[in-house]
Design a protein. Structure first.
Lengths: 245, 170
């Protein structure tokens, strides 16, 4: 069933990708507001569907919220932060490689993304260690809930969103090549917001699960929180090992 | 070894999802050599990115030198992924040895074309197109196949962590 879902997601992305490409190509004039808005709207849906496939930090966000009694707003805040980092990193990488290095785009992109992925993996491990530290620091307090700090949220968001998405970069570059700079930037933002929303849902799901079983496991809150932190660390280790192979 | 495989497996689940869409156009020619020509047509967005850097003299076509460069530097990158085509004869996997590689630009799309040769009975053969890393999605539709007087069948096959488009001869 999971694989069938992945196949459907892939099929939708294939159609959306074709739709966006053909519409951007037909758009000769950026002042054609209706077509531009349509492309931006479809880019948002493309982002939504794209992030539904494997990857994009959903596991990280889900693990982050595994054992924290957060509210749903936190999950959406996380999604938006990830969107922001996704969009900024994709735009910086694309414009940087295109205008500064100028050639060998795909090869340079691959080299940069390998470095970015390694940094991201190390950051994920650091986030996990920081979460463990928080558990330790609060372990003597009566309150069984560890409030997540803005610092750890930012670290998680940067770890997940800091690595530019090739999907976003491809749209931006396609627009640059066709001279549609504004549309490229807006499409990247729209796609990133779509991805952020899907990633948020992983957090929402995790929080909902936590709320459901949280009451029964209140006595073991710290154990659960430590478990969540260990999951984050193991995720980072797996990514780092894979990068080094 | 097992650990490495596990890591790779987890990695592909955590990071992969298609970013590139490749349409597959197989052309079957029954002659002495039983040649199957396969053309991979990249999606428009990926094509524009690749053409920008591979059509070095920007004349809108891939020249001999550019073709040589693409084969050496880019097409070779597909080798660890079996060139995205897995060949089976009597359910036994055969090595993929692409020949006569040629890159072209058709309707602003980048195409990679190559031949594979098969000496056995066509009915015993089937091809599976897919990327185990899920970075690229291979799209094969029945009407993409050019095989005069040969009946073919296309199905999507679940490979646990990715999908392949299976092309069978009947």
């Amino acid at each position: 069933m999971y694989n069938e879902l992945i196949r459907l997601i892939t099929q939708w992305q294939y159609e959306l990708n074709r739709f966006i490409a053909s519409n951007i190509k037909e758009l000769k004039d950026e002042s054609s507001l209706s077509t531009s808005l349509l492309i931006i709207a479809v880019a948002f849906i493309y982002g939504l569907v794209h992030a539904a496939g494997p990857g994009h930090g959903k596991a990280l966000v889900a693990f982050y919220f595994t054992s924290n009694q957060s509210d749903y707003k936190k999950a959406f805040k996380m999604g938006y932060l990830i969107s922001l980092f996704h969009a900024v990193s994709a735009l910086v990488f694309t414009f940087g490689i295109y205008f500064i290095i100028e050639k060998m785009f795909t090869k340079n992109f691959q080299a940069f993304s390998e470095i970015a992925m390694s940094i991201s993996a190390v950051m994920i491990i650091l986030v996990g260690i920081y979460l463990l530290y928080e558990v330790y620091a609060h372990s003597k307090e009566k309150e069984q809930v560890i409030k997540k700090t803005a610092k750890s949220e930012l670290m998680v968001a940067f770890s997940a969103g800091g690595v530019p998405c090739p999907g976003v970069m491809t749209i931006v570059l396609f627009c640059i090549v066709l001279g549609q700079y504004t549309l490229g930037i807006l499409s990247a933002v729209a796609m990133s917001i779509g991805m952020g929303l899907t990633i948020s849902l992983a957090g929402v799901f995790s929080i909902a699960l936590n709320k459901k079983i949280g009451g029964a496991l209140n006595k073991y809150a710290y154990v659960l929180q430590a478990f969540g932190a260990l999951l984050v660390i193991s995720l980072g280790v797996v990514l780092l090992l894979a990068q080094s192979q | 070894m097992r650990f490495s495989l596990l890591v790779l497996l987890l990695y592909s689940c955590l990071l992969s999802h298609p970013h590139t869409f490749i349409e597959v156009y197989p052309k079957v020619k029954i002659d002495k050599e039983k040649r199957i020509n396969i053309t991979y047509k990249f999606d428009e967005m990926t094509s524009s990115m690749l053409i920008m850097e591979l059509d070095a003299n920007m004349n809108g076509k891939i020249d001999t030198n550019e073709n040589r460069f693409i084969k050496r530097e880019y097409f070779s990158m597909f080798k660890p992924y079996n060139y995205y085509v897995f060949i089976f004869s009597n359910n036994k996997k055969l090595p993929t040895k692409p020949e006569n590689f040629k890159a072209t630009i058709e309707n602003e799309k980048l195409c990679y074309s190559f031949d594979i040769f098969y000496n056995g009975k066509l009915q015993d053969l089937y091809l599976e197109f897919g990327d185990p890393d899920l970075y690229s999605a291979l799209v094969l539709k029945k009407h993409f196949i050019d095989a005069p007087n040969i009946s073919t069948k296309v199905t999507n096959v679940d490979k646990d962590f990715y999908f392949v488009a299976k092309m069978e001869f009947q």
